[in-house]
Ligand binder design. Sequence first.
Ligand code: AMP
Length: 280
Amino acid sequence: MQVIKNPKQLQDTMLELKKQGKKIGFVPTMGYLHEGHISLIKCAKKENDIVVVSIFVNPLQFGKNEDLGKYPRDFERDKSICEKEGVDYLFYPDYKDMYPESFQTYVEVVELSKGLCGDYRPGHFKGVATVVLKLFNIVCPDNAYFGKKDYQQLKVIQRMVKDLNVPVNVVGCPIVREPDGLAMSSRNTYLSNEERQSATYIYKGLLEGKRLFQSGERDSEKIRQAVIDTIKKAPLLKEIQYVEVVDKDSLKPKKVAESGDVIAVAVYIGNTRLIDNMEL
Ligand code: AMP
């Protein structure tokens, strides 16, 4: 595995590989890798000749009062995971090379960035779309792998790729969970033991919503309420930011739930913001 920090060097390497007819799979991450990331890497390995993973904690997608400073980092550990998984290139750029002083171009996916997390994290999806388009232009992947864990993010990227004719196939991969159902996330490391226990109510809530739907309930408000009631049982719950039943493509809230809709949730357990979702 080769570690490359310089964007131009990686781009030149990728263009050369493409000339040789290699199919390139790409997994963008912010590091502190876990089984969720590894599932994306495994998927990329299966479907491509070359696999590129990027590790970049993108300041552009963090709000002023968010956790950029304390976001968990462990490059050596991440590197050995990537090596073990057979990653070919690990892209680990410095901030100054991604955003030189004169940087002033941004990508905004207007409608899909509203609602859900967009309402609570202004500018977040603009930061995500901008860095992902930059990464796509540097890596030139045929296929790029994203987790459904960050469902709104996946939709934003899929829309951006369509709207801007970006020649990348965006693949959405299933959410990987801990044995007790908690969606894996680098941010789970912030949780104390008690908070970690409390966090299991998020999955329980989603399951309860899905159970209600499967038993024939179609009133979104009732499904929403059942999810909220369950999550409220979490002892260290600080805040429920949203619980919504949304259309899987437009992400608009639904009055009448249908198969394929998504229940999306964001909550604070202690000081840690966690998101999760489940398809109906
Ligand atoms: P992050 O490092 O948190 O920015 O995540 C990098 C990629 O991994 C994104 O596409 C995430 O959606 C994906 N991802 C994170 N957690 C999970 C998970 N539990 N299951 C599946 N994919 C995940």
